[in-house]
Each structure stands twice: as structure tokens, then as C-alpha cells.
Design a protein around this ligand. Structure first.
Ligand SMILES: Cc1cc2nc3c(=O)[nH]c(=O)nc-3n(C[C@H](O)[C@H](O)[C@H](O)COP(=O)(O)OP(=O)(O)OC[C@H]3O[C@@H](n4cnc5c(N)ncnc54)[C@H](O)[C@@H]3O)c2cc1C
Length: 416
């Protein structure tokens, strides 16, 4: 039977996260928006300890989060990605930029999880339980291409003896500074081992903090999610051990193996971007309704649509958009937990949530007029934070293309 009830274990996580969001994120939200490159260490250290105390040290789903599996452990259906979606929503309700500073396994961990061997997952994903907070990042985008990645990858990885030598430049790397400079973290860099092989030659490599030849060269000033660092990384004869290539080094031109690794990473991460969008949208909608109530406008939910005011209809419309987006996210993460292919659902959830969050935050700002624009409230910030959900990890246009290809059963060459 289908159940839409939140499982008890997730409810406990959400309650804790809600307390963190209310007490540790909202009060400093404006500060870290205005002091863009300041690192929110209080939030980082607190969440690191809290996650360790909860037994994981990471939000990143993995078989045991890098711990060896107990042979007699009972087999229960996994809730890892569902838990992650609820956590992303609540923490982004607190502050989407600060959420991206959670030292708990983000896009880099998702790439390791999607493409690494069991030994590599153990090696790279167990570090979150250490004494110090650790960050990870994933570097795919380059100066000449974003949507066209990974097939347009120019960064190279050449094998020399028992090492890979990486050369190239990556831009717009979320949490790249925290992963490489501020913690003993790592960045998963996508590079080609065979430029003639197209996307099949593109492989993920783990570059650890402190590796000579890997440097952070630029930190972006952004429209929104300003608490989160976004950097450029230059790789100059950067040598990593042979077994830091995630998965196989073999280039299989027929199967486009490298591309599949990137897609598997995004199938896991896109619903979580959508969940983050849900959190921002809920924050905006709640504040809008609160302000309307204070102004004496009560939404009469029970009325037929024809008897509602235009304002009431708009608010109800926003609620519908928010809730239907949630259902798409839940389906996409449930499929991840069930190990079912969710490429269509992942992109669909992100398209819908990306549109929804921009629409809701923008209308909320418009409806509240001066209060919406004012820095006294966080609404104008949420409008700025909203847009990224429609940009990174595949723009709205690119995810629409993926949805269309999946529904029509067209290949990339037939529909691009
Ligand atoms: C704050 C931020 C954080 C980021 N974090 C990361 C990160 O951690 N790691 C990483 O690797 N990258 C990251 N990115 C990069 C992001 O994923 C890319 O910006 C995104 O993929 C788009 O690529 P582009 O900017 O090169 O745009 P382009 O690919 O040049 O696209 C420009 C416009 O054309 C549209 N377009 C392109 N192709 C088509 C098509 N076939 N049909 C219709 N429309 C099309 C796009 O939708 C877009 O609107 C980040 C970006 C930002 C802004």
C-alpha cells in the first residue's frame, strides 16, 4: 500500500533539523548574506558534532557511511535519500546558503557514491566522522562549457607510472574552498583520459586537499546563496594516486561509461536541489501568509474558487505548486532508495521545483510590496537564493530536454 506518512525515524531527524534551522540559521542568515566570504564556523562545528552524535557524521547516503556492514544487520528498506530530502528542505528553510555549508557530504560524496568501488566509498566517505568538519565538492564545469559537460571536457588526466597527472581549470565549484583549503576534504574532478574518445573518456578523480598542483584561484561574488563558497580551481601537473580514479579506468566507447557516472551522480543530487528549493519556497509562503494575516487578510480555504478573491486564489495556487513539487521529489528519492532508475523523475522534480521556487518567491515579494523588497525581512534574499535551483546541476532547459528524451524515448542525438 502507498503511504505518504513521514517515517518516525525521519520525523526525529526533521525535528532536530528544524531546531537547528530556527536557532542557528535564521538568526545569522542576513549576516552571512552580507559578509559573503565569511565562513559560518559556528554552524559548521555545531552540525558536525550533531551529526556525529546522531551516529553518522554525514548526511550523504552510503552503505554504512563508510562503516563496514555488519553481517547480521537486519534488512530494512533504505530511507537514506528520503531522509536527505527532508533534511535539505528543512535546512534550506533555515538558509539555503548555510545548508550548502553543512559538513556532511554533498556533491563530491554523491559522485563517490555513484561511481566509486566499495573500497573507495569506505576510503573517502568515512572521513566525515573524524574530529574536524570535512567538506567535499565536485568540479565538472569549465570556462568554455557547462551544459555541454562532460562531453566538452578539456581537463586531462594522463597516466604516468603509478599516478594520474591532471591539468586544466574548473570554474563554479560549490564548496571548493572549504573542501581544499579549510578542511582535509576532497574534490571530485572530471577529466578526460582520452580526448579522442568523447564523453566515454571522461572519468572522475578524487583530488585531496593539500595535493600539490591543485589550487583555488578565484572566489565568486554571487546573487544568492552567498554563505556558500563558489570557486575556480586550477590543476597544474597535479598528481594523484592511481586508485583515485573512481571506478574503472577503461574507456568503453560503446557504452559511454564516463557519462553514465556523471548522470548517476545527478540522478542522486537533482532531487536534493529540488528539495532545497522547496525549503526556500515554504519559507517565503509562510512569511507571506503571516504578513497577510497581520494585515487582516485571512485565506478562506474552504470557499469555491469563484468566490475567492484574486489574492486568495494566488495563495492557494502557490500551495498547490509547493505540494505537487514535494510529491515529485518524494517519488524521485524513493526510487533512489529502492535502487530504481530515476533519471526521468530526478530531472522532472528539479524542473518543477526550480520554476516553483522562483515563481513563489517573486510573487511573495511583489504581493508584499515595500516589505518584500526591504532588507528588514528575508524575503528579498530568498528571491535571490531561489534562482540557483534552476541553474546548477543542469539548467531548467537542460532538464526539460532530459524529461522529453525519456518520455519520447529519444536519444541525445535525436533530441538536443
Ligand atoms: C552558484 C553556482 C554553483 C555551481 N556549482 C557547481 C559545482 O559545484 N560543480 C560544477 O561542476 N558546476 C557548478 N556550477 C555550474 C553550473 O552547473 C553551470 O553553470 C550550468 O550547468 C550551466 O552551464 P553554463 O553556465 O556554462 O551555461 P551554458 O551551458 O552556456 O548555457 C547557457 C544558457 O543556454 C541554455 N542552453 C544550453 N544548451 C541548451 C540546449 N541544448 N537547449 C536549450 N537551452 C540550452 C542553458 O539552459 C542556459 O540558459 C555552478 C554554477 C553556479 C552559478
Amino acid at each position: 500500500m502507498i503511504s505518504f506518512e513521514m517515517p518516525n525515524s525521519i520525523r526525529k531527524t526533521v525535528t532536530l533539523m528544524q531546531t537547528v534551522a530556527e536557532n542557528m540559521m535564521r538568526p545569522v542568515s542576513r549576516h552571512f548574506d552580507e559578509c559573503e566570504h565569511e565562513i559560518p564556523w559556528d554552524y559548521i562545528n555545531f552540525t558536525h558534532e550533531a551529526l556525529k552524535a546522531m551516529g553518522g557524521g554525514t548526511l550523504a547516503p552510503s552503505e554504512g557511511n563508510g562503516r563496514p556492514k555488519e553481517a547480521d544487520a537486519p534488512k530494512r528498506p533504505s530511507l537514506a535519500y528520503q531522509r536527505l530530502a527532508f533534511s535539505a528542505e528543512v535546512l534550506s528553510w533555515g538558509d539555503a546558503g548555510l545548508y550548502l555549508c553543512t559538513p556532511a557530504g554533498m556533491l563530491g560524496a554523491a559522485a563517490v557514491q555513484a561511481t566509486g568501488t566499495p573500497e573507495q566509498k569506505q576510503r573517502f566517505l568515512s572521513r566525515y566522522r573524524g574530529d574536524k568538519p570535512v567538506f567535499d565538492a565536485m568540479a565538472m564545469t569549465e570556462t568554455h562549457a557547462g551544459s555541454e559537460m562532460p562531453s566538452a571536457t578539456r581537463t586531462t588526466a594522463i597516466r604516468e607510472g603509478d599516478q594520474w597527472v591532471l591539468n586544466g581549470e574548473k570554474i563554479f565549484v560549490t564548496a571548493g574552498r572549504k573542501a581544499l583549503v579549510d578542511s582535509p576534504g576532497f574534490v571530485v574532478v572530471w577529466a578526460t583520459v582520452d580526448p579522442g574518445a568523447g564523453r566515454a573518456g571522461v572519468k572522475p578523480f578524487v583530488v585531496e586537499a593539500g595535493t600539490p598542483g591543485c589550487s583555488v584561484t578565484k572566489q565568486e561574488h554571487k546573487l544568492g546563496i552567498r554563505a556558500s563558497d563558489t570557486v575556480s580551481i586550477v590543476l597544474q601537473d597535479c598528481r594523484v594516486p592511481l586508485d583515485n580514479i573512481l571506478g574503472s579506468a577503461e574507456v568503453q566507447t560503446k557504452t559511454e561509461e564516463g557519462f553514465k557516472g556523471a548522470m548517476a551522480t545527478f540522478d542522486a543530487s537533482r532531487p536534493l536541489v529540488a528539495a532545497s528549493a522547496l525549503g526556500i519556497a515554504r519559507a517565503a509562503l509562510e512569511l507571506l501568509k503571516e504578513c497577510l494575516e497581520r494585515g487582516g487578510v485571512h485565506i478562506r480555504y474552504g470557499l469555491p474558487r469563484s468566490r475567492m478573491t484574486n489574492l486568495e486564489r494566488e495563495v492557494v495556487e502557490m500551495e498547490i505548486m509547493l505540494r505537487s513539487s514535494w510529491l515529485l521529489v518524494l517519488k524521485a528519492v524513493w526510487m533512489m532508495d529502492e535502487r530504481q532508475p530515476n533519471n526521468l523523475e530526478a530531472s522532472m522534480s528539479k524542473v518543477r521545483a526550480g520554476d516553483m521556487v522562483v515563481r513563489i518567491t517573486q510573487r511573495a515579494v511583489e504581493l508584499l510590496g515595500p516589505l518584500g523588497i526591504s532588507r528588514e525581512q528575508l524575503l528579498e534574499k530568498w528571491l535571490r537564493d531561489a534562482k540557483i535551483n534552476d541553474l546548477y546541476e543542469g539548467t531548467g532547459q537542460i532538464n526539460r530536454l532530459i524529461v522529453a528524451r525519456r518520455i519520447l524515448n529519444y536519444s541525445r542525438h535525436e533530441l538536443s
